[in-house]
Write a protein that binds this ligand. Structure first.
Ligand code: URA
Length: 441
């Protein structure tokens, strides 16, 4: 088989065979197919597309290119969730303890933040002592004994995707739905869960800016998952503003703890409960979504989700006294209020810009190697639809450096669009995708 012929076939719009796709992924991972040929094929895929079968085969081949996590030693159906990346998205910290407290095993591999979006691993590591690198046997034992473990992604998880993504990034071939869907799902399939719930973000802070694009991506991922015999659902949620009120690693852990103790932000609670409900439904713990949602709400109200979070933190070496008394955490050197400069209503908050403001404070990383400051971040006081007056506080920056605070202030203020006419609040959930297709909320 020759790569030249595979490129030619796709350029002419032909469907590639499973053998051709396997040849490409394996050859590229081993370094036998050079970047220039792979780039040509990726561009042909962007222009001619991939069928459902081609996309599923590509996904499976990328998943198999490295370690496939063997979770067979864990009893019961295992559930996983994945977010396509949001600002202030701390739902994993809430969803995982909810479902684990109801008996669903969650063996989760998570990533670090990059660019304007945060990562669960950085958030958990803001808890003093918390370990995200744990031996495989401890990871499995924790899930069997207490239903929940979260670890950093192994370096050898879907290496074909890692190599392909690096090439797509510099050859203008990222924005193809089949390529994005197979990239995300290859890592999920390699992570071994039986049930996968995807939180597909839509809006200014998301990868996909419109409902239609998000729904198409969600549908492609759900189809791949179900085709590969994993029960898969997607929830399409808002990213036209920050989810909840806080951005920044420790600040987000605190906010998640408020929800876990039953008294948190209602929109964040709703998104978390919905994701948890699909995980419960997929694992057969509830007859329908309404019953699953009631179970998830009860786990928050009766303290069991909170108790599970506390147990999870203790198991992975975190300082539980800080969880019990969050005021024990040191504050930042500076707290900088940001005030509105015009009267009106909040028409839009560009979530990507808020994420960038937090990054400027030191809460995120531009390059993989950058260190993050766990304490810095932003509190968002005014959300879309809120009336504002000149001089009223839009939010607070928690900073450790004056120059960084100044740059972040500019960025945060620039994220707000204040308009003269009233604006309705933004709904946190736009739709759902299951094996029957896309349903608007
Ligand atoms: N996230 C991924 O993991 N892959 C993509 O292709 C896009 C976003």
């Amino acid at each position: 088989m020759r790569m030249y012929d595979v490129i030619t076939a796709k350029k002419r719009g032909a469907e590639l065979t499973d053998e051709e796709i396997a040849f490409v992924v394996r050859g590229f991972t081993k370094g036998e197919i050079p970047d220039y040929q792979m780039s040509a094929l990726l561009m042909a895929i962007c222009l001619k597309g991939l069928s459902m079968r081609e996309t599923s085969t590509l996904t499976m081949e990328m998943a198999k290119s490295g370690d496939m996590l063997d979770l067979s030693a864990i009893h019961g159906k295992k559930a996983d969730k994945h977010s396509t990346g949001g600002v202030g998205d701390k739902t994993t910290l809430i969803v995982a303890p909810i479902v684990a407290s109801l008996g669903v095993p969650v063996a989760k591999m998570s990533g670090r933040g990059l660019g304007h979006t945060g990562g669960t691993i950085d958030k958990l590591e803001s808890i003093p002592g918390f370990q995200t690198t744990i031996p495989a046997e401890v990871f499995i034992r924790n899930v069997n004994e207490m239903k929940l473990a979260v670890a950093g992604q192994s370096a050898n998880l879907a290496p074909a995707d890692k190599k392909m993504y690096a090439l797509r990034d510099v050859t203008a071939t990222v924005d193809n739905i089949s390529l994005i869907a197979s990239s995300i799902m290859s890592k999920k399939l390699a992570s071994g869960a039986d049930v996968i719930v995807l939180d597909v973000k839509t809006g200014s802070g998301a990868f996909m800016k419109t409902f239609e694009d998000s729904a198409a991506l969600a549908k492609a991922m759900v189809d791949i998952g179900n085709h590969c015999v994993r029960k898969t659902y997607a929830v399409i949620t808002d990213m036209n503003q920050v989810l909840g009120r806080y951005v920044g690693n420790w600040l987000e852990v605190r906010e998640a703890m408020e929800v876990l103790s039953g008294a948190g932000d209602e929109e964040l609670t709703l998104v978390s409960v919905t994701l948890a409900s699909y995980m419960l439904l997929g694992c057969g713990m509830a007859k329908n979504l309404a019953e699953a949602s009631k179970m998830a709400r009860e786990a928050l109200a009766d303290g069991s989700a909170w108790a599970k979070f506390r147990e999870f933190v203790a198991r992975q070496g975190g300082d539980v006294s800080v969880i019990d008394n969050p005021e024990k955490m040191p504050g930042t050197k500076l707290t900088v209020p940001v005030y509105a400069t015009s009267d009106g209503f909040v028409g839009e908050i560009n979530a990507e810009e808020v994420g960038m403001a937090s990054l400027l404070l030191g809460g995120g990383r531009e390059k993989k190697e950058d260190a993050v400051d766990p304490l810095v971040g932003i509190r968002v006081d005014k959300k879309v639809g809120d009336p504002v007056k000149v001089g009223e506080q839009l939010g607070i920056l928690y900073a450790n450096d004056e120059a960084k605070a100044e740059a972040a202030k500019e960025r945060f203020l620039g994220a707000y669009r204040i308009v003269k006419t009233p604006v309705p609040p933004v709904a946190p959930i736009y739709g759902y995708v299951d094996e029957d297709g896309v349903h608007k909320a």
